[in-house]
Design a protein around this ligand. Structure first.
Ligand code: SF4
Ligand code: SF4
Ligand code: FES
Length: 346
């Protein structure tokens, strides 16, 4: 069939969504909840006009003779209002947020030049006790959970896009409370317990689901002049990413970084048939430290992996397990820091 988009005719197949046709034809439409993750039409950021009527493009199937417009003042206004409404229920603490500069909601707010948040109450604006109670009730349902080893959860940031619900292969997320009080979380808000595949963290557009780590401690250790920071890259890591890590590692104050070759070298060095990463990390704190004449207690060990479940490996020999996302965050927070540390020998 043929449909019209922005006054131009395009071929479309039965069953395709407007969004799919637009993506194929290189017509940009913003999305937050949908497209890749669901077709529930929740955020309404993807609205377009069909013969003057606003419809969501991610879950509306094409039909013959559709006459669509993807950019207009009406569309832009609707997208802005929808973004503002999402923001109203969001923590909005960008400056200190783990996802600052990496957040989909923030990017859209910038793109749509949202400067005033009409639905976010300001001090003094909520006067009646009923309004204040509503606000208190809203925040009373916020859940912060840092008890599982891999994923940090903070529902203060959640925009209820349901991406995590749709993507989790183990159905670990769902809705708690009802109607206007609804919050996305684990059943009865129990501590997250799963195989930690990391798909939900990857999918979450905001900072409601993030990598578990004490970032301020990491930065303190990396910049500590007494510490010798050694990073080991997961053997299973994609070669291209490993190469990028090699480039930034020194700038981020890692004194030594071991890639595949490095591991083999260490193993040969010790003349032991060890190929387990845990053993290699143990070697760094013991035999490598001895060889390099570094006090083992001054060695800080990092393991960098794209597998979030490897965070459980943290032990007496391994201080931190960082994901690729966290390395990106490190670069974002610190820019190009020129290595200023000196190796402290024992
Ligand atoms: S880590 Fe994987 S299994 Fe665990 S909750 Fe997230 S998506 Fe589900
Ligand atoms: S936790 Fe993240 S992915 Fe899940 S509903 Fe909230 S914002 Fe969406
Ligand atoms: S992306 Fe279409 S409604 Fe959210």
């Amino acid at each position: 069939m043929q449909i019209k988009i922005n006054n131009k005719k395009y071929a479309a197949k039965v069953g395709e969504t407007i969004f799919q046709v637009c993506m194929r034809e290189g017509i940009k439409i913003p999305t937050l909840c949908g497209a890749k993750y669901s077709h529930e039409g929740l955020c309404r950021v993807c609205v377009v006009e069909n013969s003057g009527r606003l419809i969501t493009s991610c879950n509306t199937k094409v039909c013959k003779d559709m006459d669509l417009v993807t950019e207009s003042e009406k569309i832009s206004k609707a997208r802005r209002i929808n973004l503002e409404l999402l923001w109203a229920d969001h923590a909005g603490k960008c400056a200190t947020c783990k996802k600052n500069r990496l957040c989909d909601l923030q990017k859209l707010a910038e793109e749509y030049r949202i400067e005033n948040f009409h639905f976010v109450p300001r001090r003094g604006e909520m006067t009646s006790s009923e309004e204040q109670k509503l606000l208190r009730d809203n925040w009373s349902r916020v859940v912060v959970e840092n008890e599982n080893p891999c994923i940090s959860r903070n529902s203060e940031f959640c925009v209820e896009c349901r991406r995590c619900i749709n993507i989790c292969p183990e159905q670990k997320f769902g809705f708690n409370h009802r109607a206007g009080d609804v919050v996305v979380g684990t059943p009865y808000e129990k501590v997250l317990d799963c195989s930690f595949c990391g798909k939900c963290v990857e999918a979450c557009p905001v900072a409601a689901l993030t990598d578990q780590n004490d970032f301020s401690k990491i930065i303190k250790d990396l910049d500590d002049l007494k510490k010798f920071s050694v990073a080991v890259i997961d053997l299973e890591m994609d070669g291209k990413i490993s190469e990028q890590l090699k480039n930034i590692s020194h700038e981020q104050n890692f004194e030594k970084i071991f890639f595949d070759l490095g591991f083999e070298k260490i193993i040969k060095l010790e003349e032991k048939e060890r190929n387990e990463e845990d053993e290699i990390i143990k070697n760094i704190r013991t035999e490598y430290a001895r060889k390099e004449k570094i006090d083992p207690k001054n060695i800080c060990t990092f393991f960098i992996s794209s597998k979030i479940y490897k965070k459980v490996r943290k032990n007496e020999y391994l201080d931190y397990v960082l994901s690729e996302r966290e390395v990106v965050r490190l670069v974002r927070d610190r820019g190009n820091i020129v290595a200023g540390k000196m190796k402290i020998k024992a």
